[in-house]
Design a protein around this ligand. Sequence first.
Ligand code: FAD
Length: 564
Amino acid sequence: SNHFDEEHDVIVVGSGAGGMTAALCAKAEGLSSLVLEKDLLFGGTSAVSGGGIWIPCNDDIPRVGGSDTYEEALTYLKRLIGNEVPQANIEAYLKNAPEMVRHLGKTFDVKFRSVPKYPDYYADLPGGKPGFRSMEPVEFDASKLGDEFDVQRPSFRGTQLFGRIAMNQVEAHTLFSRGAGWIRLMLGMLLRYWFDFAWRRRTHRDRRQTLGQALTGSLREAMMRKDVPLYLGTGMTGLIHENGRVVGVEATQRGETLRLRARRGVVLACGGFESNPEMREQYLPKPTNVAWTAVPPINHGDGIRAGQALGAGLRHMDQVWGSPTVNKPGAAQQITLFVERGMPGCVAVNRKGQRFVNEAATYPDFLKAMYADDAKGNGTVPCWLIFDATFRFKYPMGIFLPGQIEPDAKLPKDWLDRVYYRADSLDALAQKIGVDASNLASTVSKLNGFAKTGVDTEFGKGNSPIDRYYSDRNVKPNPCLGPIEKAPFYAVRLDAGEIGTKGGLVTDERARVLRNDGSVIDGLYAVGNTAAAVMGPTYAGAGSTLGPAMTFGYVAAKDIARAT
Ligand code: FAD
C-alpha cells in the first residue's frame, strides 16, 4: 500500500554516533530528519565507548604541536588496507573527516580535542604518527540534557574511576600509567565528584561526562536544540521501496506497525550483528559466541539484513573490531582489556602453557593472534592471562580495580576459581585452569629473564610506541616487562570478543549502498558498523570505528541534500 503514517526528508535508523551525526548534518542542510532507535535508551555502543575518533589532519594538530599531511595519512592507510577497500572510499574518509569535526564544532557546539600522546597503532610505519590523530570529545555537562539524561545509555562502571567518576583519555592515561602527578589528579577528581552534592542526590552517574558519554550526550543535546526528533522504542523492521528506490522505513513502536516515508533518503546506522548468534555462526571465525562480545545486547544485524533483502552486496563479514574480553558475572556484556595487557608482569598463554602474542599488542591484533594460534591446535580460544601478587596489587584487570583499591577480600566470594583463579604456586594454578604446568613454568622463567634485560626476544613486548602507551613508566628497563614471581599467582580467562563487527553493506565514497553488481540502491545509505568498514582489515589508531561512522554520516547527509 502507499499509505504512510508520517513523512520526513531523511530517516536515520539507529542513535549511535554515526546516526546522530547524519541526522544533525541533514538538518543543517535544510532537510527535516528523524532518528529511530529500537532500544529504550539512546546512544548505542557509542555511548559506552571511549568516544575516540581517528581524524588525520584535524584542525587541532598544530595547536598541540604536531603536524600531518594528507599524503602521509594516505600512505599510512594504503599500506595498512592495501586493495581491500576502494581508494575512493579511503580518500573520501580522509577528505571529509576533518571537515566533519569542524562542522560539528561550529554548527552544533559538539567539540573534540586532539590527544597528543595517543600514537597511531602502527606509528612506525611510513606515514604513521606518534600522536595527534586521535581526538576525544570535550567534556560535556550532563545537566544540559535535562530529562533526556535518564534515557541515555550509561557507560560501564569499569571505564570510570572507582566505578563512578568520569575520566577523559588524557586523565585515564595519566592514572593507568602512573604518570607525573597521578595521585594529585586522582584526589582532585574525587573531590570534584564528591562536592557536586546537588547532582549526586539525583544519580551516582557523573555530571561531568567524558568519552562515549560526552560524545552521545553532546550530539543528543544538539538534536534537541535543532529540533531533530528521536523516537525511542521504535525498531526498523524493513525498508519500503518503489521501482528500485528506497522511499521509507517500516518500524514497530509499542507493538504497532508504522510506515514512515523518507522523501530524500534513509540512512542505516543501526550497528553490526554482535548480538545475532545465527549471523555470528554464519560469518565469523569459529569458535564464536554471542556471550563474548563487549557490545551491549542491542545490535542484531537488522540494517545489514534489510539492505541484503534489496540486493545489497556484503563485505568483510568475517572481520571484527576484535578485542579479548573477560566475563563479569551478571553483566549484560563482557569487559574489554585495552589497558591491562601492556602492564609489566603478566603473560598470555594457550592451553599448552606457551606464549603466542605480544601481550601489549593492540586489541584487534591480540584477537587475530588468538585465532591464528588456535588454528594450529594450541587451544587459544579462550586463552589465559597470568599475573602475580605484585601485578594484582598495582594494576587493574578488567573485572577488578588494582588490589590496593579493591583487594580480593572485597570481591564476591563465589568469583574465586570461577571468574578469576588464584593459587600459591604457578604449578597449582596451571592445574586449576588446565594448562600445561611444565611449559608454563618455562614460559614464565623466560619472561622473567626478559624483564631483567628489558628485551622480549620472542614477541617484542614494549618495542612499539602503542605498546608503551598503557604501561608503567616507573618500571625499568622496559615499562611493559616485569617478573611474575610473587605468590599468590592469578589467572583470568580471555575470550575472543569484539567491540563491534566490521563487515556489512558495501557502500561507495558517498556512503550509498551498492548492489553486488556495483549499481547504487537509490535513496539508501549505510554508516558505522552497518556498512563494511572503510578500514578493511586494519585498525589504524584509536577511533578507527567512530571516526569513519561519523564522517560517513556527514558524507551521507551532504549527498542526500545534493541529490534530487
Ligand atoms: P551503535 O553505536 O551501536 O548504534 C547503533 C544503534 O542502533 C543502537 O542504539 C541500536 O539499539 C540501534 N538499532 C539496532 N537495530 C535497530 C533497528 N532495527 N531499528 C532502530 N534502531 C536499531 N570505537 C572507536 O572508534 N573509539 C573508541 O574509543 C571506542 N571505544 C570503545 C569502547 C568499548 C568498551 C566498546 C564496547 C566499543 C568501543 N568502540 C570504540 C567501538 C564503537 O563503540 C562502535 O564500533 C561504534 O559505536 C559503532 O557505532 P554504530 O553507530 O555503528 O553503532
